[in-house]
Design a binder for this molecule. Structure first.
Ligand SMILES: *Cc1c(COP(=O)(O)O)cnc(C)c1O
Length: 361
């Protein structure tokens, strides 16, 4: 007899983002801003003062205070994790019993289903309508039919860039009282329909935030869950004690204190996303292409087209990385700097002229 991996992990492959180096990276919804020099100087001083021989603060007190202050919420309702990813895994595993019933939506962030699979939950997938929207009454009925213990989805949605309003989100949370609702607001900095400031008013809601997108700190791996004190106590109890390392706690605290810079950059990213959307729509309009371009409320643009795979390869050949969704025949293009957006649009235009128009001539 020899050791055999358990069946559920046998066929799994490690997560592999686009490998290789590309001139322009518009594939991971990151901020196109690096930290400015002044903040990097502050960070150098912070590092000078770290006690490397000591464990981190398990309560991440300072970090949580700075995060809560930035968003104007009560720090007693916040749990910090090693990226939102850690919290997603905890929600699927520790916060639910085995064989619990989890409702996810499609299309959406694939990690929700993945962690539920690992945790041996039963996953039920609600398919979005033809416009990639969620009908709340429909979703409520779906959750009731399937006796859901948890509903989890991103708002605004990754990858579609579409969202439900705060009013709709409230209706959902109030409509399924005995079911936990997790709203992943990773991209809500770019839109104004958040339930963050009222998350603690409900007994069945958790709102997730991250430093990886609008805050431009994907390198730090910082995620936050906001909920009432009962849920917060449970989340703080199930996380591993030293989950957020001291470097990320200290640097994150510093970054969230730069409120004005963060707000300016968020606004610039929103502006850049609009420009990108406009640019893509113009190309599609100019050539009357059968592409569907979705007006975004996040920092990326979602485009459905039969040419998605071909465009993806063409862009890679020109050292531009975007995200390709094979099953959906779609591309997700993260907003970049003006220069990066221009390069992308020039190459999209070239693709259309060289590959689509020539073929049809
Ligand atoms: C990027 C993203 C996150 C952030 O995850 P981190 O682990 O905090 O980097 C969370 N949810 C969604 C939907 C995302 O797209």
């Amino acid at each position: 007899m020899s050791y055999l991996l358990c069946e559920k992990v046998r066929a799994l492959e490690p997560y592999e983002p686009i490998s290789g180096t590309y001139r322009i990276r518009l594939d991971a919804n990151e901020s196109f801003y690096n930290m400015p020099k002044e903040i990097k100087e502050e960070i150098k001083n912070i590092i000078d003062n770290i006690d490397f021989n000591r464990y981190p603060d398990p309560t991440a007190k300072k970090l949580i205070a700075c995060f809560a202050d930035y968003y104007g919420i009560n720090p007693d309702h916040v749990t910090a994790t090693n990226g939102s990813d850690e919290m997603l895994y905890l929600l699927a595993s520790a916060m639910l019993e085995k064989e619990s019933r989890v409702v996810v939506v499609d299309p959406d962030f694939s990690m929700y289903g993945f962690y539920s699979f690992l945790s041996e939950n039963a996953v039920y997938t609600y398919e979005k309508n033809n416009c990639l929207n969620i009908d709340i009454d429909d979703l409520l009925a779906f959750a009731a039919e399937n006796n859901a213990d948890m509903i989890i989805f991103s708002n605004p949605c990754n990858p579609t860039g579409q969202g439900i309003t705060a009013q709709q989100a409230r209706k959902l949370v109030k409509g399924c009282g005995n079911c936990l609702v997790v709203l992943d607001e990773a991209y809500m900095d770019f839109w104004d329909q958040s339930l963050l400031s009222e998350a603690a008013d409900y007994d069945n809601l958790i709102v997730l935030k991250t430093a990886s997108k609008a805050v431009g700190s994907a390198a730090l791996r910082l995620g936050f869950a906001v909920a009432n004190e009962t849920i917060t106590k449970a989340l703080r109890s199930v996380k591993s004690p030293y989950n957020v390392n001291t470097l990320s706690q200290e640097i994150g605290s510093c970054i969230y204190r730069h409120k004005q810079l963060l707000a300016e950059r968020r606004d610039q990213i929103i502006r850049s996303t609009r420009e990108l959307y406009k640019g893509i729509s113009e190309i599609v309009g100019n050539y009357s292409l059968p592409f569907r371009v979705y007006e975004p409320c996040a920092n990326f643009v979602f485009v459905e087209t039969d040419n998605a795979g071909d465009i993806f390869e063409f862009l890679l050949d020109n050292s531009i990385a975007v995200r390709y969704f094979k099953n959906a025949d779609a591309l997700r293009i993260t907003a970049g700097s003006d220069e990066e957006n221009r390069e992308f649009l020039v190459n999209l235009d070239r693709y259309v002229i060289e590959k689509i128009l020539k073929r049809n001539r």
